[in-house]
Design a protein around this ligand. Structure first.
Ligand SMILES: *Cc1c(COP(=O)(O)O)cnc(C)c1O
Length: 472
């Protein structure tokens, strides 16, 4: 007999109660966790009980043990790293995905979630103005989405020189030169290591971190005899939000026979908005694109999307054909053909739910609102004594200096200790910076005002402490 609903009822009821308590706490609690992981470990790491525990009691215990160590990442005043929140429809859909427990690898076996993901993929291509008919794979996040795009590129450029990668592997293959902007995200280097391609050849970027097409041309022409090549561009620089000049850089790359991949983990979503489409002109000419669901779109972890214009190469790279898998050859291909995993959760269903709840206008408004909040924060910060916004604020990212590195670090630490808002410390162009990423759908004007006040207070506290120190 399969499990009866009663077996789940009490535990799910408790999970719902704890979920609502957590969501109610987010707007008011200090953003940072109250304790360190080491302090929480003792509670979790009691000796493994010999005998079973009631599921509802386990959920109560889990909620109690985790509570002091949770960070208010879903807060509208969380601006650290690049971390989205969760839209209500996406969170609820994620619960259902867990309850359905579909292994989303095979179209034949799990038609409902395959169809929902294919619909979400179609909406995505339409919203971002990317080529219809591209393959969309739902990955764990931006890192794996970049992995898929660059793996497709590796497959295509070696095919192009007649090298059978699937049969022979990389050993003895013609060397693939990979070019990336000096301010690419570090995961590009990581993914290239996964792929056995070594470190990228770095190309100069301009003052906003955008790759320079003339420098790309010079690097490609100067890097020895032409051969298989991949160019990795970026839509959305971590520190400035800037977009690489797509049209010009893609032309340089394609004239030289390269595959072009775009890392748009958060910034690809700008292509949905008429306001930003000009800054991304030519984006659709690339060969592959990576983006996250769990950043700008605000679906729960983990969710990324790998978009590849040529389904044949992505399926050559990731397709698995063994007797126990029943494949669906009707066109869209099986989900497992497009991502590294065979078995996975139906994470694309949350994308369907998010887009279904927002609609086209709502998606565009979400993207534009994040950028508007970033501009408001930047304008407010510019009025704080000694603060300097270092980037042109063109999207959701703001990088700020408070004078010398020491003062910037102290202001950052004081802000985080205050608990009202969270912004990351980072380094950009040789300086310590406070970096803001507005990525949460719920950030509103009050959050902006409270965060600016908290930042002004942090600066005042640091300056008061410094003058006490110099008086001592
Ligand atoms: C976040 C990010 C990544 C990595 O994505 P994950 O979802 O964290 O794996 C890659 N590139 C850029 C530009 C990012 O912002």
């Amino acid at each position: 007999m399969s499990a009866q609903p009663d077996a789940f009822e009490a535990a799910l009821q408790r999970a719902r109660v704890h979920t609502m308590a957590w969501l109610a706490s987010v707007p008011a609690r200090p953003i940072g966790p109250a304790v360190h992981a080491d302090a929480l470990l003792a509670g979790f790491a009691a000796p493994l009980p010999e005998h079973p525990t009631d599921p509802a009691a386990v959920i109560d215990e889990l909620a109690r043990l985790t509570e002091p160590g949770l960070m208010a990442m879903p807060s509208g005043r969380f601006f650290g790293w690049v971390i989205g929140g969760t839209l209500p429809a996406a969170l609820a859909a994620d619960w259902l995905v867990s309850a359905w427990d579909q292994n989303a690898g095979m179209r034949f076996a799990t038609p409902a979630v395959a169809a929902a993901e294919e619909a979400a993929a179609g909406w995505l291509l339409d919203l971002l103005h990317l080529p219809a008919g591209s393959d969309v794979g739902f990955t764990t996040g931006g890192t794996t989405a970049n992995f898929v795009g660059l793996a497709a590129g590796r497959q295509a450029v070696l095919d192009g020189v007649g090298w059978d990668l699937s049969g022979l592997g990389l050993a003895g293959a013609p060397r693939i030169r990979v070019f990336a902007g000096a301010e690419r995200h570090d995961v590009i280097d990581l993914v290239l290591r996964y792929l056995g391609l070594g470190a990228p050849i770095l190309v100069d970027a301009d003052d906003q971190g955008r790759i320079r097409p003339d420098a790309l041309a010079a690097a490609m022409d100067g890097a020895g005899p032409a051969g298989p090549a991949i160019v990795c561009l970026q839509a959305g620089n971590l520190h400035s939000g800037a977009f690489d000049p797509m049209e010009a850089a893609i032309a340089v790359a394609h004239e030289r026979g390269a595959w072009v991949h775009v890392d748009g983990a958060f910034g690809l979503w700008a292509a949905a908005s008429p306001r930003y489409r000009g800054a991304l002109a030519g984006l659709e000419l690339a060969d592959s694109w990576a983006t996250d669901g769990h950043k700008t779109l605000n679906v729960p972890y983990d969710c990324g999307m790998a978009i590849v214009a040529r389904p044949d190469v992505v399926r050559a790279a990731f397709g698995v054909h063994t007797s126990y898998l029943i494949t669906d050859d009707t066109g869209p291909g099986d989900p497992f053909d497009k991502v590294p995993e065979l078995s996975r959760r139906a994470r694309g269903v949350t994308v369907w739910a998010a887009l279904r709840s927002l609609g086209r206008a709502g998606t565009i408004a979400l993207v534009e609102r994040l950028a508007d909040r970033a501009s408001e924060l930047a304008a407010g910060i510019a009025r704080i004594p000694g603060a300097e916004v270092l980037n042109d604020v063109v999207f959701t990212q703001v990088s700020v200096s408070f004078g010398d590195d020491e003062r910037t670090r102290r202001v950052t630490a004081a802000l985080l200790a205050g608990g009202v808002a969270w912004m990351s410390g980072s380094r950009w162009h040789g300086r310590d910076v406070l970096r803001i990423s507005v990525s949460n759908w719920s950030t509103d004007a009050d959050d902006v005002a409270l965060s600016l006040a908290a930042l002004a207070q942090a600066v005042a506290d640091v300056d008061a402490a410094s003058s006490r120190e110099s008086a001592d």
